[in-house]
Structure formats: C-alpha cells, structure tokens
Design a protein around this ligand. Structure first.
Ligand code: DAH
Length: 339
C-alpha cells in the first residue's frame, strides 16, 4: 500500500496542465470527496498499529503535494491570462501610425532655404510687428513718399507708427544694422497687407527676402544667383529681367521665369504668355546702405523678394489662396513629404 501511495506522489509531482478543466480534474481525482486521499484516509483504520505512523506521514505528504500542485498550476495559468490581457493578441498585425504632413508653405519655404544655403546664405528672421523706420523709412521710403501706397498697411498705432510689416524687406534693414559685410542672408516670414480677400489675394501671405552685400558686387552676380535659383527650384533656367521700380533698389527689376505653355493650367497661370513673374530685385540703393550704417563707397549689394504662397500654389496646383490658411485637414494631409 505504501509503495502505491509513493507512486501517487510521483504522479502528482509530475502532473502538468494547460487548462482550468485539467487542473480541476486533477483536484477532484486527488483531493475531491470521493478522491484518492479520502480513500487512503478511510484505509487508515485497517493499517496495523506499527505501520500507522509511516502511513500517516505518507498520506499527508500526498495531500500537501497535491494541494501545492493545484495552487501552483492555478497561479501559472492566471499569470498567463494576465499577460494575454495586457498585450492583447500578440500575433495581430500592428496598428498603422498616422504620419503628419507639412504645410505646403513650409515645404516651399524649406526648399528655398535649402537652395540658397547651398551657396552660402544663412537664414535670418525679424518681428512681424514693426516700426516705421524698419518697414519704410530706412528702405528709402520717407514719410509722404508716394511709393508707401504700393503696400496698403495695417497700422497698430500711430505716432510713433507701429504696424504689421508689409514685406520682409524690414529684415534686411535689421540684419544690416546688426551685421557687418560680407552679408549673405535670406529672411522668410509672414507679411500683412490691407487687401480684399479673394481666391488670388489675402491680407496675409509669405515672402522670402534675399540680401547679398560685399565689395564689388554687380548686377551680373544678381542675375547669376537668380538663374541658379530658378533652375534649382523650378527646373527652368530661362529667365528675363524687366526694368521696374522699388524705392530700396536702383536699378530695380522684376524677374520672370519661362514656365512654358504645355498644359491648360500653364496657360491660365501665365495668362497665355508662358512667362511667370516670381520676384522683385535690384541693386541695394546706396541710401539704404548708409541708413543701415554700411559705407556705400566701399560696399555694394543686391536684394530680392519673392512671395512663397504663389509659388506653392503653382508647384502644388492649389487653385485658391484661402486654402492655405483654412486649416482643413483634408487639404493639408495631401502634402506628405520628407522635407
Ligand atoms: N519688398 C518688395 C515687395 O514686397 C519685394 C522686393 C523687391 C524685395 C525688390 C527686395 C527687392 O529686396 O530688392 O513687393
């Protein structure tokens, strides 16, 4: 009998289970009301007195072995279930991560910065709320100068005049006041003008200003720089410079790039000419250099300014400028890009 119980102990020790049901069957078999242990306990009275002690010890060992086994197996199973609950089904495919999109204005701005940084231009910024000096006077636009009307201005305060800058040319003044030549800088930023909002114009938009000051800078340097830019930016190298007027440059020009007339959109955007006006430029007026503390007898330079919004509309075929500021996700999420 004792040998038999020893076999049962070995059986209980070796037992393995994967489900609650298997554990329960084991418990009933060993510890249940009609289980093996109760049978052995019932047998106890028939055991000869001199064997009672050993018999008692052995069935108690079987009892504790079976009980320990049941609780160990239950614990193991529960901890497995917990892990499953915590991580869900580990074999399921991963949840897709939504990738954000950059705003088309930022895309084009970054592209412009990248192109100019390759030829040594750094990036500078200035405040959107400006004073009269930096937005107008220092740029050769004294009070009552008729050219001030070219840009309809939002004034925040008068006397002294504080306004929302009408162009990023204000940043070239700040840069020249604070840095000595040689200067090569581009200044991207938002500008404001009191204009009626339509599909083609808005009361705020974005510009990139460029400024290059050094000894012996000529108009040829300006033209070469623009040629490089248009080739890199648009893949088009045919440009033309039309004489124009800006108070802060002399001579001044407007730059057109030959866009072509391949598609209907090309026709529409270039008004049937194939030429697209992209920026204003010129040689920095000596008065502006002097206003900013740079000796105009020693230094000369060129400047240019272009609108980002129109270029973004062109490159991404956006038909209405208002889309750029409406924050409609359906529109914005179309511009996924690494830039
Ligand atoms: N500030 C001009 C505008 O907003 C653009 C411009 C023209 C900037 C010629 C320049 C420049 O630096 O040289 O219309």
């Amino acid at each position: 009998m004792i040998d038999k119980i020893k076999e049962r102990i070995a059986e209980a020790e070796a037992f393995k289970a994967h489900t609650k049901e298997e554990i329960e069957a084991f418990r009933i078999k060993f510890l249940g009301k009609k289980g093996l242990l109760n049978d052995y306990f019932a047998e106890f009275k028939n055991v000869p007195n001199d064997q009672k002690k050993e018999f008692g010890q052995i069935i108690n060992k079987l009892k504790s072995t079976a009980e320990d086994k049941v609780s160990a197996l239950k614990e193991e199973l529960e901890s497995k279930e917990e892990v499953k609950g915590m991580y869900g089904d580990l074999s399921r495919p991963g949840e897709p991560v939504a990738i954000g999109a950059r705003h088309p204005i930022s895309l084009v701005k970054n592209q412009i910065i990248d192109i100019f940084s390759r030829i040594g231009f750094n990036v500078s910024e200035g405040p959107e709320i400006e004073d009269d000096w930096h937005n107008f006077t220092a740029l050769n636009l004294p009070e009552y100068h008729p050219a001030r009307d070219m840009q309809d201005t939002f004034f925040i305060q008068t006397d002294p005049d504080i306004l929302l800058r009408t162009h990023t040319s204000s940043v070239q003044v700040r840069y020249m006041e604070n840095n000595k030549p040689p200067i090569r800088t581009i200044s991207p930023g938002r500008v404001y003008r009191n204009e009626a909002i339509s599909s083609r114009s808005h009361c705020f938009f974005h510009q990139v200003e460029g400024l290059y000051i050094d000894k012996d800078v000529s108009f040829a340097d300006l033209k070469q720089t623009l040629q490089y830019f248009t080739t890199e930016m648009f893949g088009k190298s045919k440009i033309r410079l039309r004489p124009s007027y800006f108070p802060f440059t002399e001579p001044s020009a407007e730059v057109d790039v030959y866009w072509g007339l391949e598609t209907e959109i090309d026709h529409r955007i270039t008004k049937g000419t194939g030429w697209l006006e992209i920026m204003g430029c010129g040689m920095v007026d000596p008065n502006v250099l002097e206003n900013c503390g740079i000796d105009s007898k020693v230094y000369s330079g060129f400047a240019f300014g272009m609108g980002i919004d129109r270029i973004a509309m062109l490159l991404h075929q956006i038909g209405d400028i208002r889309l750029l500021s409406e924050n409609d996700v359906r529109f914005l999420e179309q511009f996924k890009s690494a830039l």
